[in-house]
Design a binder for this molecule. Structure first.
Ligand code: C2E
Ligand code: MG
Ligand code: MG
Length: 597
């Protein structure tokens, strides 16, 4: 025996030894799967799943967990080559066999090679850890995705809640002035819905993305220059157009005003989206440590209540939460729930107040044109409280999105009623119907077409309808202006309601697409006692007339007020002196038989 042979033999021996002990399962079989050779690892992997507890045949041993293997091998007709590679086979014990222990392999990686025309070689690996690692990676990625808002790449609501909970937990026990100050800033975009409706959802998303960038940049700069170590400053997107900023490093509670104002200023700058410069201010509610009650959810809720107050006050501002707001919010929520029921159960109804023609050369008795027109005003026949006036529920209806349904109900009822009067009373019927319109109705997609279809379906001439909009609404952005022009194109007219109380001045009256100006009651009620108010009414009438607009004096209560507005050439008047708002039947009576109110 040569040295080389000796060396080779021992090497071969060592190799066999190695192959037997290597932590990879190796099984050599016939083409039918009868086992010719197998090492220790393959026995360990295969035995627990083998249906008959034996390892005579590889395919039989794996029959339960990989029943197609035999067919796969038979289908491989080449003399040698790879039959299959790295198949993942989940391992389950054959029924009757003991369950697999946690330390036992759970998943097999299986490869099968044809060595020559008569033999197969299977290579088996324990893939349990690989699979677990993959699953953990996937879970991590899913978890990360569940914590980050896709659009803005900001942390989401659950992250904000966790941070807030941590801040609150740290403050448990800290009382009085002793604890560190923190603030929860809850922001809601003021005009995102309008942007989505008018410029499209892509533009809305663009604004949200830029808004998030600005938030991040503002907070980063603050953290670089002003913050203490170890404190947290988190900005998160917690809903469609809602963001939250948690500031827990305030030296004093009143420092929050500067932080809030800075954020409002930065976020209110125009957003350049494609060719558009879009404006989207935010309203902000703030909860300070002293008012933070309950868990993170409750604190966010308080901040959101303060945000709603900021919106109610006109938006683009911040409001610091006070407990009284909670009571008001609960009251509003009650009204909202009841109002939903009221709409469904038809508790709402419409009353009509005459808008009379003021004959310029007034006869001594102050006669008026009674058939000039009526204004439709909504009422709520509350089951417990009786008739409720609009100031108690119109704002709530606007805030909770019910105003669209409410307004459309009033419009449809009033138009139907008007047509009935025309048919029943002929020349004694009112000639014009005025209906109040809210912002939400104007923004409803397709609303102009709805009005058009309504008028057609009930056979009412558009020229007989006047829609009343408030100054603040009429003076709004281009989209509202466009909508008003579309309405006018139907043939109806527009009136500017409550003139004098809002934004626009006489100088900008010519910019608004209105046909009639209704001078607010607050001027009219002092027409006969205050020279100042008298002059204002006179100026309004003159400017309106010079622009071809008609004028109505609202809220006339006394003969003296009526005489003044008549003298100042006001075209029409409305007020208790002529008639209070009446039911449809009551109005017919008033038209037929003049009665004093
Ligand atoms: P408005 O459109 O300015 O309606 C005139 C309001 O003044 C009515 O109050 C009317 O009853 C009241 N009024 C009329 N003459 C006199 C008077 O001589 N003295 C006094 N003190 N008040 C007088 P009302 O019905 O309570 O409605 C209040 C406001 O609610 C309306 O003001 C309007 O802005 C809103 N509103 C009423 N109905 C609707 C509706 O269907 N839709 C919408 N969006 N708003 C409505
Ligand atoms: Mg009105
Ligand atoms: Mg008014």
């Amino acid at each position: 025996m040569s040295n080389t042979d000796l060396y080779t033999a021992s090497d071969y021996e060592a190799l066999l030894q190695f192959l037997y002990l290597v932590p990879v399962g190796l099984v050599q079989t016939t083409l039918g799967g009868e086992v010719l050779l197998l090492n220790a690892m393959s026995a360990r992997l295969l035995l627990p799943v083998s249906p008959d507890g034996s390892l005579d045949n590889l395919f039989t041993a794996l029959a339960d967990v990989a029943p197609d293997l035999r067919a796969l091998a038979q289908a491989f007709t080449q003399p040698y080559g790879v039959v299959c590679e790295s198949l993942r086979i989940p391992l389950q014990p054959h029924p009757g066999q003991p369950a697999l222990g946690a330390a036992q392999p759970q998943v097999l990686s299986f490869s099968l090679f044809k060595l020559d025309p008569t033999r197969l070689m299977a290579v088996l690996n324990d893939a349990t850890f690989d699979v677990q690692r993959e699953q953990q990676g996937l879970a991590r990625r899913l978890n990360a995705a569940a914590r980050v808002d896709n659009l803005t790449r900001m942390p989401n609501r659950s992250v904000a809640l966790e941070h807030l909970q941590r801040i609150l937990a740290r403050n448990v026990g800290a009382t009085g002035d002793a604890g560190p100050e923190f603030a929860v800033l809850f922001m809601n975009c003021d005009r995102l819905k309008q942007i989505n409706d008018t410029a499209g959802h892509a533009a809305g998303d663009g604004v949200l993305g830029l808004l998030a960038d600005r938030l991040r940049a503002t907070l980063r700069s603050r953290s670089r220059f002003e913050r203490h170590n170890g404190s947290e400053l988190v900005a998160a997107r917690i809903g469609g157009d809602e963001f939250v900023v948690l500031v827990d490093d305030l030296a004093r509670a009143d420092h929050v005003h500067a932080v809030a104002q800075r954020l409002l200023d930065v976020l209110a700058k125009p957003y350049g989206i494609g060719p558009h410069q879009l404006h989207c201010s935010v309203s902000m509610g703030i909860v300070l440590r002293a008012q933070a009650r309950g868990d993170a959810d409750a604190v966010l809720q308080s901040a959101s209540i303060a945000m709603v107050e900021a919106k109610r006050a006109g938006g683009a501002r911040y409001v610091v939460f006070e407990p009284a707001m909670q009571v008001r919010a609960a009251h509003r929520a009650d009204i909202e729930a009841e109002l939903r029921r009221a709409l469904a159960q038809e508790q709402l109804f419409v009353v009509y107040q005459p808008v009379v023609g003021l004959v310029p050369a007034a006869p001594a008795d102050g006669a008026v044109d009674r058939t000039s027109g009526v204004e439709a005003l909504v009422r709520w026949d509350h089951p417990a409280r009786g008739v409720v006036l609009p100031y108690e529920f119109i704002t709530v209806a606007e805030e909770c999105g019910l105003i669209g349904a409410l307004g459309d109900f009033v419009l449809a009822s009033a138009c139907r009623q008007f047509v009935q009067w025309r048919a029943a009373l002929g020349p004694q019927a009112p000639r014009l119907l005025a209906v109040n319109v809210s912002r939400a109705q104007l923004h409803q997609p397709g609303w102009v077409a709805y009005v058009d279809a309504l008028l057609r379906s009930i056979g009412m001439d558009a020229a007989q309808l006047q829609l009343e909009v408030t100054e603040s609404l009429a003076a709004q952005d281009e989209s509202v202006q466009a909508r008003l022009h579309e309405l006018k194109a139907l043939g109806l007219t527009l009136a500017l309601d409550d003139f004098g109380t809002g934004y626009s001045s006489l100088a900008s009256l010519h910019l608004l697409p209105v046909d009639t100006v209704k001078i607010d009651r607050s001027f009219v009620c002092q027409a006969d006692t205050s020279q100042h108010h008298r002059v204002l009414i006179e100026a309004t009438v003159r400017v309106a007339h010079s622009l071809g607009m008609a004028t109505v004096a609202e809220g006339i209560e006394t003969p003296a007020q009526a005489a003044v507005v008549r003298e100042l050439q006001c075209d029409k008047g409305q007020g208790y002196i002529f008639s209070r708002p009446r039911t449809a039947d009551g109005l017919v009576q008033w038209l037929r038989t003049p009665v004093d109110d």
